[in-house]
Design a protein around this ligand. Structure first.
Ligand SMILES: Cc1cc2nc3c(=O)[nH]c(=O)nc-3n(C[C@H](O)[C@H](O)[C@H](O)COP(=O)(O)O)c2cc1C
Length: 387
């Protein structure tokens, strides 16, 4: 069995460590400020280095550190993943772009053409992270008031239409959310490999739609027993319609030479706990986010309270926003936990750490080899037929 390992891109900016949370000092994502790694002031002038330059450095580091590619998340606070994927395509060779997007805000024919163009231009390096939306202010940002379960109905219809036009035969569709008449991709674009579909959501509606569409069912990290039960549910549902999805987990990694050094980083970051910010970020109707919140106690006497099983810590969201769970420990311990997850049925990981550039090298050099490189998917040479 071969495991696909991706590394996240900080599309909202990149901070230097858990000790500098929400101080985005890599590139100009949060404007130019003293102490930024880049851009720099040279002879009184800014050197023109922008955030895409930093992200390109992360993507190249990700590629050379042995990852298959990167996840480009999409939130109101981020850059646009489609635009960034196109910009990064010529900066990398084998790097796969996992573009997160909400199907509701894009016409499926437009999505098909954009995707096919990217597939042709990159030799098939586009991967989808299909987001159906978590409600709350982030949904209203898009002006979207469609109900929780209907968002999954919309996602399903979107993917049906997108697949319908993909092979080049004319597709006519008059549905609840989308319409098209005689749409077909032009011959030069038709027939590219369809992007792999990563699909997330913990609600009943999500699990049902994932059964139909997911190549990989994607979850945030949870305690391992809960993750196993969740995957069993998705598997059972998919099997009823003759499908067998694979499983993927998104995990923050804080790994150091020793376990003590890793916890010491957490201890220093703990000074910046901001529960209000974490609660604001979790507003909405996401069942998955609600599940995660349930593991974070209201009263916390110390950061080790949040170690729900060895090396599995659910306090990341309190320090830097984002998902709560990650792995904290020595390189060997973190590799062991990843191995346990593989044994539990995980086929792909999306790993992350701050700062994304340096931590890509660290995790690539120190942790991935302990899994045994033979277990990891080696990127195939890319043949581009358009460039
Ligand atoms: C690993 C992972 C990554 C996600 N990335 C994004 C993202 O980039 N943008 C976003 O708006 N939602 C993201 N989500 C949210 C989900 O796609 C989904 O909209 C949300 O969990 C609500 O689903 P539920 O109520 O079925 O649990 C992500 C979820 C997971 C598990």
């Amino acid at each position: 069995m071969s495991i696909d390992i991706y590394w996240r891109i900080g599309m909202e900016g990149d901070h230097a460590s858990l000790r500098t949370p929400r101080r985005y000092n890599r590139g100009d994502a949060a404007g130019y400020g003293p102490g930024n790694i880049a851009p720099a002031v040279r002879a009184g002038e800014l050197d023109g280095y922008s955030y895409i330059d930093h992200v390109a450095a992360v993507a190249r580091a990700t590629e050379s550190a042995g990852f298959l590619g990167g996840l480009l998340p999409s939130f109101p606070v981020t850059e646009d993943p489609w635009a960034f994927a196109a910009a990064l395509a010529r900066e990398t060779t084998t790097y796969r772009f996992m573009v997160a997007f909400q199907p509701g805000f894009l016409h499926p024919v437009q999505a098909a053409r954009m995707s096919a163009s990217l597939q042709r231009a990159t030799g098939g390096r586009l991967v989808y992270n299909i987001i159906s939306g978590g409600g709350g202010p982030a949904q209203l940002w898009w002006g979207d008031k469609v109900s929780h379960d209907d968002r999954y109905a919309r996602t399903s219809e979107f993917l049906d239409v997108l697949r319908g036009v993909w092979d080049g035969d004319p597709c006519t569709h008059d549905g609840r959310f989308f319409r098209t008449e005689g749409a077909a991709l032009p011959p030069g674009l038709a027939g590219q490999p369809f992007p792999e579909v990563y699909f997330s959501g913990s609600s009943g509606a999500a699990v049902q739609a994932a059964g139909r569409h997911a190549d990989y069912y994607l979850s945030w990290l949870e305690p391992f027993a809960d993750l196993r039960a969740k995957f069993d549910g998705v598997r059972a549902h998919a099997e009823k319609i003759g499908r067998t999805p694979k499983f993927a987990v998104r995990i923050d990694i804080l790994a150091r030479h020793t376990e003590e050094a890793a916890w010491d980083e957490i201890r220093k970051g703990w000074a910046f706990v901001d529960r209000d910010a974490a609660n604001r970020a979790a507003q909405g109707d996401s069942v998955g986010a609600g599940r995660i919140k349930g593991w974070v106690p209201e009263t916390i006497t110390g950061y080790r309270d949040l170690e729900v099983q060895p090396n599995v810590w659910c306090g990341f969201s309190l320090i830097r926003g984002g998902p709560a769970f990650g792995l904290v420990g020595s390189y060997e311990q973190v590799a062991q936990r990843l191995d346990e997850l593989i044994d539990l049925g995980v086929d792909a990981f999306i790993l992350a750490g701050n700062p994304h550039l340096e931590e890509a090298y660290r995790v690539g050099e120190e942790v991935l080899p302990l899994l045994g490189r033979s277990r990891l998917t080696t990127p195939a040479p890319v043949l581009t037929n358009a460039l």
